[in-house]
Write a new protein. Sequence first.
Length: 428
Amino acid sequence: MAGQVDVIIGAQWGDEGKGRVVDALAGRMDVIVRYQGGANAGHTVIVGDEKHVFHLLPSGMLYSGKLCVIGNGVVVDPDQLLKELKELQEQGKDRACLVVSGAAHVVMPYHKVLDGLDEKFRGKDRQIGTTKRGIGPCYVDKYNRVGIRIEDLLDADVLREKLSFNLEIKNLVLSRVYDESPLAFDEIYEKALAWGRALAPYVDDASLVVDQALQEGKSILLEGAQGTLLDADHGTYPFVTSSHPTASGGCLGAGIGPTRIDRVIGIVKAYCTRVGDGPFPTEDHGEKGAYLRDKGGEFGATTGRPRRCGWLDMVALRYAVRVNGITAIALTKLDVLDGLDEIKICTAYEIDGKKQENFTGNSTVLSRVRPLYESLPGWSQRIDGCRSFEALPEAARNYVTYIEKATGVPVALIGVGPKREQTILRGL
């Protein structure tokens, strides 16, 4: 009997709280798969008084007996991955079994160098807001069919040939385009061989491993990074990431077919945030935006950059429901809205004087929209101690119900604080 597959996706611009939702659900799942993105993601899990930030490891690593998989759709920075593993091992918390896809691509040192130089070359008005972790250039090499994969690190001869070819090209770009010194082959080659030796015990055919688990009737949780509005095809292009955080990306990045997906769980922050450049219709530049940032701790887990903050955008959320086929919503950080007299929700846009109820990924158009708001009454009491929907203040319950009616999707999980136990489950 085939097992169940759930996909966890971010329904906004990332930073929705996917790590804590995966952690909340992982105890009931057998396999947790990270399916795309790289070390530019930061999934935060808080257990008791301890905070763990995973950039590459699946968020289920803290559970004993789980199988955690880094799929072929991920671009892997071996230094970061090995650092995360070492930290867990030193704490005695590497409780899960880890598999790394041999087909996952490797973020090489030249990718990081080029990432920073490319962003600088764009100039202030054209910058994307990259984390400079080498993610974009690594994906470029992947689709240009010159990338180095995890499996290549295990074969000294293959690695030598591929690295030689890549460095020849990259050094020409560095020296002739950016007037930078070329990178030395031997140093990178020896480093990559060391990566291969360290990662060899974890490397396997991840797609086959996941399929075998399904055949055994096990439950699979696919964990995405970033968010729908940063998808390379469906996001606010060109201010997007270099992969597919949408639900369909889960199939590609884990190596399973679309008919295997049973549920798509969209993670929705109770307000909106965005990191880096790009249009953000509901951004609040005043005291309410600052209030959300400070109370929500809205600073990047990977970069430490302050996030731009604003109100819930229902136009964008309905779009995310549509392109992902979201079947359940996990609403996070509802507690951050405590103490607000009024809570605004964007229900439509006005573009060039015309009302628009459908989202567009056209950044030029989106940068001109004026959000049209409805207001709901807020609540004064703290909700971080609530453990059931009925225990929430009436205004908080009404906010949740409004989201359900506006999207046509049930809110099946509510986060009322950052800790594992501060979670209200309503059907997941």
